[in-house]
Design a protein around this ligand. Structure first.
Ligand code: F6R
Length: 319
């Protein structure tokens, strides 16, 4: 449902779309795209913005900065590459940020289905990857994510692309989503995750907000060890989800400790084990698996996962 079974195919196709753009041959006035960026700024909001979070976690060790606002920071200059991601191409923050950066001489590339972002960038000669449409931005995650990875492959090595696509089949076949949705019904989910896989927790929160119309709390370890964890002392209408993945020994150890402490206080705990050897695979697996949880939870609430009326109302107001 909602196109999840198309993800593997779309992932592969979208990677090719990004890869096939001959980015290094592009020049926009004095802006030259054939360079080694000292940092990569990924800008976008909501279902498009989460792409940046996943890329940052997946390509950890590289200088990747996430920006979710209008104006790109002043220090971003011609040594940076800005990737502006907007599914609709109509998001004001992303359009303003991209055009502001281009005006300042920063190489900008757009990833979108079209809209104003595409026309404004193309009108100035800047490159744009046009990805296929989905039911809503968040359901188009593979389209946007893999196009960005394809683009970045002109500058960096992207690890484990094939594995990140093959684990999607495991998520599709899992029986966890139905069980987890029943577990969460009527409660506020509190999601613990290690910092190196934080995008999965945020993606799950966003899917719970948008698909299941439910609030959710994200608690990122190790910072959560110093605050969020104390909330387990009282009985709140909360259910705990622990995202268990593999990043490094220290963080794997910390997550086991968190799991023990939470379980000491509460029996309302479910552990979600991420599959895959790389951070990219684990995050893509988790995004699909937990996305399925959020649409199943919407079904249990008898609501339409696709509608996000308050977002539309807000966008109308700031148009
Ligand atoms: C996700 C969703 C929103 C949008 C966000 C930005 O499905 O509907 O989070 O992603 O409002 O819009 P776009 O992605 O079109 O730039």
């Amino acid at each position: 449902p909602y196109g999840y079974e198309e993800w593997p195919k779309l992932s592969l196709e979208s990677f090719k779309l990004g890869r096939e753009l001959n980015l290094r041959s592009i020049k926009v006035g004095s802006i030259n795209y054939d360079f080694e960026p000292s940092n990569i700024v990924i800008t976008g909001m909501g279902g498009s913005g989460i792409v940046g979070d996943i890329v940052r976690d997946s390509l950890w060790g590289h200088n990747i900065i996430i920006h979710k606002d209008f104006n790109i920071p002043k220090w971003v200059d011609s040594r940076s590459l800005v990737v502006a991601v907007s599914y609709s191409g109509e998001t004001l923050e992303t359009i303003c940020g991209a055009l502001d950066a281009l005006r300042r001489g920063v190489p900008v590339v757009g990833v979108t289905t079209g809209g104003r972002l595409a026309s404004e960038l193309e009108g100035r000669g800047a490159p744009v990857v046009k990805v296929p449409k989905a039911i809503a931005p968040r359901f188009g995650l593979p389209n946007l994510l893999y196009a960005v990875l394809g683009l970045l492959s002109h500058y960096l090595t992207i690890p484990e692309i094939d594995e990140s696509i093959s684990v999607q089949g495991d998520a599709l076949r899992s029986e966890l989503p139905g069980r987890l949705a029943s577990f969460l019904k009527g409660y506020v989910p509190m999601i613990f995750a290690p910092i190196g896989l934080q995008a999965v927790a945020y993606r799950f929160k966003n899917d719970l907000n948008e698909n299941s119309k439910t609030p959710a709390v994200v608690a990122i370890v190790p910072e959560a060890d110093h605050n969020d964890i104390v909330a387990v002392m009282l009985k709140h209408p909360v259910k705990y989800i622990i995202i268990r993945g593999r990043t490094d020994d220290v963080h794997d150890y910390l997550m086991r400790a968190v799991e023990e402490v939470v379980k000491n206080y509460s029996s309302d705990v479910e552990v979600v084990e991420l599959k895959g050897s790389s951070r990219l695979s684990q995050e893509v697996y988790g995004s699909m698996l937990l996305g399925l949880v959020s649409v199943k939870l919407a079904e249990l609430y008898g609501i339409d996962p696709v509608r996000t009326d308050p977002i539309n109302t807000l966008k109308e107001k700031i148009r």
